[in-house]
Design a protein around this ligand. Structure first.
Ligand code: NAD
Length: 486
């Protein structure tokens, strides 16, 4: 292989089990493709049931000692790991950008920075945890013990690979669980490098195990195993449904963070310039491949034409290009399969009567999976283009005539993840926050995250909440202890 690699080890993505790297038991592998060139640059373990069993054995064996460590010791381990990630921040960013296709500066300032913060946030949160105590009557105390569950499964997607991987495993480990993690087989490289840092940081063997390969071959035996007590999943809604079908009859705890079709509501009294540039960022960040991206933009009719003109100009100025070039605002789509899926929605939007305002085509560049940022208007809010998640750089614009109509349009899909409202009217902002069916409502901002807040979606966007105490509650079992003094 002639190709440059950010780190030689990522040419072969092995499983991390019981503190060591292993080839898959079957010795079967799948190709690893670089989105910016379309080239196969390495191979990924195609793990199956046998690897899953080894990983669960290791996690089960490690649970007793890890769960009995004082919180301060678990915190020390995780903080040591975060320090190593910080030491290797630039390398991790290069690996993430290489493996996923996102611009290097995005990987550096968003993905890896936030991954380190995820670990530090939960490593220190457990130092501040307390539990309730109720004095039922004199001499009777009811208190709540929060105990780790055991072995837990953490399954994460390709769009924010290390960011979402650490968002799950950090609270799971901090709460005293041991983990079998399964990053996406489309972007396994940073999780693989991270597993090597776990050894260097002295995380005890078996506490974290990372399996690579196709979802179903790993997911089914992992979720079915009675030793796995909870499943934390982020990914598509259809996959979430199949995971729920496996986990629910086994009475496992489930946290499902699923797809979105987010609405952006722009009112005539918004801060115009800022709204144009922030809503374009909300639409096209990470090539439109963030579950929080606002892909349906509703604009009050009185400013529709002006906003459309300014928005389309802004989008045309976005630079699609080599992810390692600091001038690129948009990198490559994660895979050819996904690029073709996104392009199929461009075709559908035209068939459904949409008018293409800009973009719409694949860009031929170095053999990579690049695409123009795309804007449509003239589509019905209820058509397929506006109801189904595209998860790429395609957005639609619509005018609306009243607040009621804006709310109806925003709420009219099966999803309910993250909406944004752009207005200077505080009363309207409060009213809409309560009427919008979404787990997150941003007012005059987008993706401004505070890790203490509940994170998740309504309707088909998910079940449960991550973040802050919600995550630590999910990864623990509450036990009521009632003590009566004699
Ligand atoms: P996906 O559902 O295809 O895969 C997600 C993960 O699940 C991968 O690791 C995959 O290997 C695994 N998987 C696939 N089939 C499985 C099975 N049967 N059992 C167990 N695991 C299985 O999703 P994706 O294409 O990687 O990610 C894109 C989707 O993720 C989009 O729908 C996006 O909206 C969603 N997403 C949601 C959030 C959120 O917080 N709500 C965040 C990021 C992405």
């Amino acid at each position: 292989m002639e190709q440059y690699l950010p780190h030689p080890t990522i040419a072969t993505i092995q499983n991390y089990i019981d503190g060591k790297l292993y080839n898959p038991v079957s010795d079967r592998w799948i190709d690893n493709v670089q989105p910016a060139t379309g080239m196969v640059y390495g191979r990924i373990a195609a793990s199956d049931r046998s690897d899953v069993e080894k990983a669960i054995d290791a996690a089960q064996a490690a649970f007793n000692a890890w769960s009995k460590l004082p919180a301060s010791k678990r915190s020390d381990h995780l903080l040591a790991l975060a320090d190593l990630m910080e030491r290797d921040l630039e390398l991790l960013a290069e690996i993430e950008s290489f493996d996923n296709g996102k611009p290097l500066h995005v990987a550096r300032t968003v993905d890896i920075t936030r991954s380190i913060t995820n670990i530090r946030f939960f490593a220190t949160a457990i130092l501040h945890q307390s539990s309730e105590c109720h004095e039922t009557e004199p001499g009777v105390l009811n208190f709540t013990l929060r105990q780790p569950l055991g072995v837990v499964a953490c399954i994460s997607p390709w769009n924010l690979p290390l960011y979402l991987f650490t968002w799950k495993i950090a609270p799971a480990l901090a709460a005293g669980n041991t983990v079998v993690a399964k990053p996406s087989e489309i972007t396994p490289a940073t999780a693989f490098y991270f597993s090597q840092l776990c050894t260097e940081a002295g995380i005890p063997a078996g506490v974290i195990n990372v399996l690579h390969g196709p979802g179903q071959a790993i997911g089914e035996p992992l979720i079915a195993d009675p030793r796995v007590k909870a499943v934390s999943f982020t990914g598509g809604t259809a996959t979430g449904a199949s995971i729920a079908a496996m986990a629910a009859p086994r009475f496992k705890k489930m946290s499902l963070e699923l797809g979105g079709k987010n609405a952006t509501l722009v009112f005539a009294d918004c801060d115009f310039e800022r709204t144009v540039s922030e809503t374009a960022r909300a639409a096209f960040s990470n090539q439109g491949q963030i579950c929080l991206c606002g892909s349906r933009i509703f604009i009050e009719r009185s400013i529709y034409e002006d906003f459309k003109k300014a928005f389309v100009e802004k989008v045309k100025a976005l630079k699609v290009g080599d992810p390692s070039d600091s001038a690129s605002t948009i990198g490559a789509i994660v895979s050819e399969i996904h690029l073709n899926k996104v392009l199929s929605y461009v075709k559908l939007a035209k068939e459904e009567g949409g008018t293409l305002l800009c973009g719409g085509k694949r860009i031929e560049l170095n053999g990579g999976f690049f695409m123009e940022p795309t804007v449509f208007e003239g589509l019905d809010p209820y058509c397929r283009t506006n109801q189904e998640e595209i998860f790429g750089p395609v957005v639609t614009l619509f005018p609306f005539d009243s607040e009621e109509q804006a709310v109806e349009y925003a709420n009219c899909t099966p999803y309910g993840l993250a909406f944004s409202v752009w207005t200077s009217n505080l009363n309207r902002a409060h009213k809409l926050s309560s009427e919008l069916q979404a787990g997150i409502v941003w007012i005059n901002c987008w993706m401004l995250r505070d890790l203490r807040t509940p994170f998740g979606g309504m309707k088909q966007s998910g079940v449960g909440r991550e973040g802050g105490w919600d995550a630590l509650r999910f990864f623990t079992e509450a036990k009521n202890v009632c003590v009566k003094s004699s």
